[in-house]
Design a protein around this ligand. Structure first.
Ligand SMILES: O=C(O)CCC(=O)C(=O)O
Length: 445
């Protein structure tokens, strides 16, 4: 808690008050919502206690020019009795407030919590990582040898070998000639940008920090659990079966559901083709992995990383592995930000035109008996431009029994992991912080 003096406009004119800045975690958000008008200072996660706000009418303030509109252009203000700031001149209060608050977040942000569409002049403190846990962007080199696999290759043996090598050595690869049309991928990116360009108020209609919701706009990663936030907003959608979930998707932009539905169908088909090739590359029949994974769920995260005032101090998403089976990532071509860990070093993955990045998830690592890797990856942010990515996750059905096929656990190859259901794994995954140890470590024999 910190205290400082702030001018407050009351019906009797402007008065100086000592204010208490309270940390506003999700449990105290309710308290904040009771504040009709307020300032968010220092951080998107802090707000002034309810005795310190300017004005009393919600309508008298909008997300622009809150101070100019609220503070009279003339009048005499008493000097602050506590900090002894000199008596402000007419028009001075706004400037002083601007200086006092390292970041002034628009009113909307306190009620909304999202960061897209909110202006920040510096990084709010709740996003600042400790020194030992920062991206060290200058030390990251570009990955020039990331496998790019041509799925149009007619030589099945060669294709399967390339996929197997990439899964073993990298745990991720890029695919081209994948069958998903460029027009559809472009439309997906376009409609995603349109969604995040909507007003904060419009987006907030979809906000939730409850991970069990099947459609929600949220921010960071798991705001209920984490101690430091991430510079990301995201729209998370369940996508399979489409007829069940698509009706609850955003109706604005109006083309959203049609475009995203078409994209989901294609992404799912691509994921299945890859799972077949991965199965073969392990020396298994092509359908074995798909059979174990059962009727797979499909989720989508449309990630939006606004331009960040201090990208060296935070992440869009910190290092994590994906808990599911396979992830198909469509990257914004204009702005890079995806990094993967290879041989202890972070490597930047330059977006390739017409390519998808494929990440193996934890379930493929488990089913391959640890032969293939679910890669650690993270997203960093950019000072000048917002970045967008669309991740499609293929997820085992909840009851899938994740147990490496016996062909992979014979002889010297003892089973590395205990058997578990995907539901058990997923629950464990979400009960932790994102960047803790690999969740599979908790399931080792
Ligand atoms: O934005 C990216 O490049 C990474 C996204 C990601 O890792 C995720 O959504 O899990």
């Amino acid at each position: 808690m910190t205290s400082s003096c702030f001018p407050v406009l009351t019906s009797a004119g402007l008065r100086w008050h000592q204010s208490t800045v309270i940390a506003c975690n999700s449990s105290s958000v309710t308290t904040c919502k009771q504040v009709k008008l307020g300032l968010l200072i220092g951080s998107g996660r802090q707000c002034l206690s309810d005795s310190f706000f300017i004005g009393t009418q919600h309508q008298s303030v909008n997300t622009k020019g809150i101070f100019e509109r609220s503070i009279p252009q003339s009048g005499s203000y008493p000097p602050c009795p506590l900090c002894k700031l000199p008596k402000p001149q007419t028009g001075d209060v706004f400037r002083r407030l601007s200086r006092a608050c390292s970041t002034i977040v628009k009113l909307g942000a306190m009620e909304t919590k999202v960061i897209s569409g909110v202006e920040f002049s510096s990084l709010p403190s709740s996003y600042i990582r400790p020194e030992s846990d920062r991206p060290r962007l200058s030390e990251v080199s570009e990955c020039n040898d990331v496998p790019v696999i041509d799925l149009g290759c007619k030589d099945r043996g060669l294709l399967v070998k390339q996929i197997g090598d990439a899964c073993r050595e990298y745990g991720f690869f890029q695919v081209i000639n994948h069958g998903l049309s460029k027009e559809l991928a472009d439309s997906m990116v376009k409609v995603a940008h349109e969604f995040f360009s909507l007003s904060v108020e419009e987006k907030m209609k979809l906000y939730s920090d409850d991970p069990s919701k099947t459609m929600r706009l949220s921010t960071s990663f798991n705001v209920r659990k984490e101690t430091v936030h991430n510079w990301r907003d995201y729209l998370r959608l369940h996508c399979y079966p489409l007829e069940k979930y698509a009706p609850e998707w955003p109706s604005n932009p109006s083309s959203f559901t049609d475009i995203v539905s078409a994209y989901c169908i294609e992404a799912r088909a691509l994921g299945f083709r890859l799972q077949e090739a991965i199965s073969e590359s392990l020396g298994l029949q092509k359908d074995i992995l798909k059979d174990v994974l059962g009727e797979q769920g499909q989720h989508m995260a449309i990630n939006y990383y606004p331009a960040c005032p201090e990208p060296d101090l935070t992440y869009g998403l910190p290092a994590h592995t994906d808990p599911n089976a396979l992830t198909i990532l469509l990257q914004d071509l204009q702005v890079s930000g995806l990094q993967v860990l290879k041989d202890g070093k972070w490597l930047a993955i330059k977006p390739q035109p017409d390519a998808f990045v494929i990440n193996l998830g934890d379930q493929i690592q488990a089913l391959s008996n640890g032969k293939y890797r679910s890669v650690w990856h993270r997203a960093v942010v950019n000072a000048n431009r917002a970045r967008l990515s669309v991740a499609s996750f293929l997820c085992p059905c909840d009851s899938a029994n994740i147990s490496a096929p016996k062909e992979l656990t014979t002889g010297n190859d003892q089973a590395v992991y205990t058997d578990f259901t995907y539901a058990e794994y997923y629950k464990k995954f979400w009960s932790r912080n994102l960047d803790q140890e690999h969740c599979l470590e908790l399931f080792k024999n």
